[in-house]
Write a protein that binds this ligand. Sequence first.
Ligand SMILES: [Ca+2]
Ligand SMILES: [Ca+2]
Ligand SMILES: [Ca+2]
Length: 874
Amino acid sequence: MKQLLLLFTALLALPAMSQDLQLNDREYFERQGVNVLVFSNSFNGGFNDEKNSGIEIIHHGVRTVQGGAVRLNNTPEQWDLVPKMTNRKVDREKGSIEVGMRYDDYDFDSRVVVTAKGKAVEIAVYLDKPVPEKIAGEAGFNIEFLPSQYWLKTFLMDGRLNRFPRYATSQTITRPNSEKPRQFKGFKTYDDRGTDRFVDPLPLETGHQITVATDDPSRMIRISSDDAELKLYDGRMLAQNGWFVLRSVLPKGKTGKVVTWTVEPHAIPNWIREPNIGFSQIGYIPEQPKVAVIELDKNDRMLPTATLMRIKADGTTEQAFKGEVKVWGPYYKYNYVKFDFSQVNTPGVYFIQYGDTKSNDFLIDAHVYDKITDATTDVWVPIHMNHMYVTEGYRTWHGEPFKEGYLQAPESDHFDLHRQGPTTDTKYKPLELIPGLNVGGFFDAGDFDIETGSNISVVQNFIRTWELFKPQRDETFVSQKQRYVDLHRPDGVPDILQFIEHGTLNLVAQAEQIGHMASTLSNSILDNYHHLGDAASITDGLHYDPSLKPYEVSADGKRSGTPDDMWAFTNRNPNLDFQAATMFAAASRALKGYNDDLAERALKQSKRLMQEATELMNQRRGPRADAQAQADANWLTGAGDGNSGDQNNARRRQNAQQGRRNNRGGDLGTNLQLYAATKETQYRDRFLAQIWQALDRNVSNTMQTALDAVPYMDDAYKQQLRPYVEKYAQYIKGFDTQNPYGVPIGLGNWAGVNAVLNFGITVNYAHIYFPDIIAKDEVYRVSNWLYGCHPYHNYSFVAVVGATRPKQVFYGNNRADFSAIPGNVAPGLLFRKPDHFENYDDWPFLWGQNEGTIAGNTQYIIFGSALKNIVSPK
Ligand SMILES: [Ca+2]
Ligand SMILES: [Ca+2]
Ligand SMILES: [Ca+2]
């Protein structure tokens, strides 16, 4: 209570804010409404330009500017080179931050010094040696503005008025490829159509003084430079995820202070961020706990009460409940209070009012959870079926992709972080067609490759959903023969079975044709990897024939000289084979009676791969095994991994984590799955020999696997598990003091939805099997978070049926249209160091906060199915 009072007092006492920018104790420049960050987030080199780094401005609560650094392009793309931060020095006395930047590829070093000067910062670039000849005239100091926060707003350059364009329509020139600074690993993001020239945008405006957003005080920034010309570009000319770029080219042949900018972000006097009322957009069932978490600016005063308003059937409103607002306390940069309206349980339409802030409306009703998985199963998943034509009503989502099949990958270092070593580990020669792989499988995420590990998880997730909940829902027509999928057209077969079949078809083909599992089936060239549009147009559908010239088609129309065929990366990984073997055993069980032939093929591959993988692992288990196991464990947890920020590594890690969930503590999960599939007691005994020690070591990591076993074990097992579930209950409660939302919140470069979903699934199962230990009330923690009770905004992270305000944009394959694929689950809240959470809902292009993955979204189906089952048991 004393602590609460102290916090309460702290909330009431307004910190004195200076009118000038001050270097604060979190090492960024701050005044009310303005934060200027200097490499709090560095370019980590993982997936190159993630639009999350360098000098950044958080302007009235929104991170609208980033990318401040010395760059080599007018409008850098994701695969253009990024500088490595070589040092960062905070000088409190001078009120400055200095950062060293280096491009190894060009042996080019520079420094930037940012110093607070009243309401502005001075940004100065220093060179100890002149810009290297090769990139002289290309290297410049850049800063980038978020298009969705600036388009249609005015800007003034040296007195000339203009408006930021809604769409990219400025002018470009082409220049010889020889003049283009090298891209990541020498890859090319573009297809020059045989011209040997690249496209370079021309500036929208040039001058010495610019004010952006003169018509919007919350976005207005004045920038001037006496010693350098400012040029404003539109990065979207080259890439849909480009930003508006302001830059000054560094002068040739000069050293010392070469470019100086004065940057003054306007601050609205006494600005206080509007409270963010977090609640479930899907609503609440009458008997569940209902607690809104309200996020408050640190300069905001807490109000003593909040109100729940009811919208009556005649459209008028009335007060349903008025209650006390309770302090939770500070969490990173904001303060948090809670409003508990659990006692309201009359079905109806409601909204929350806190001071002048009103939430949108939501339901209290017994049926609010009934449809939470429908958009994901009926729309998102079928649209991600590869090698099929997918249609919905009048709309074709995509034609049949990759008709020409997959080639054996040659030795290569891949942009998507795969590698093909010097041997293929197959009977195929490099670039030879591997027959039969263009069948089944699911697109990875916002891109179109087949990540094998991920697809294994997907099949397993569907099997778990099928075996535990037996969903009979049939809203999708799937014809493998016609290679045709039609949404909202029942065909008499439960969709989940068809999804299991579709995933298994590709994975069995890999095992049969390659002899083991490929690490991935992926793009061979970078310029079709970033494809946005119909998946069927990624490749030309014709077999690549190197005897033809690029863009040339053979007389019979079957071959082309364009090297766009996809590759299979085939280096053998017995761990992956082992995972596949486990999954095949389960798939064969699930498919029996529906597709007996496929069930049999899956079982055959399961047995063969299991045996071969075991032998291979025994052979390879040498002195390196322990070190490697530790390295693997570190990689999985992100420990000691400076490059945890990259897109695919993060994605692969989450998939691997999911795999590990089935495979935790050695091969716990595998033995369990094998026992379930075969009922051979050796597997059960091996599982039982390991599970208790694993639980003793780490109850939270092992609990899911332990719970998965309950249906297959006897009552004694369940009794022995009880004390661990009691421990797990403590672990759940622990989150109430860690953050205001009571769920695990991730701080990585890929936001933490998978950890949240894992947690949610485990809590759900724990409640199902041990309702006396894990109360029903606990299962709503994760749904509340997903559906809107979280920091930054209160939109549902799931584009789910029933939510009043789901997120509107996601990083799906239709992201260029600022759209979403229904049923998607966003990674959620991205943490930017040192204290900022965000989730853009007007800018889909940051994968770490907006991309849904096939493994994650099928995990959501398990979570949602379990939750529905708990709320209204069948
Ligand atoms: Ca991918
Ligand atoms: Ca169906
Ligand atoms: Ca082709």
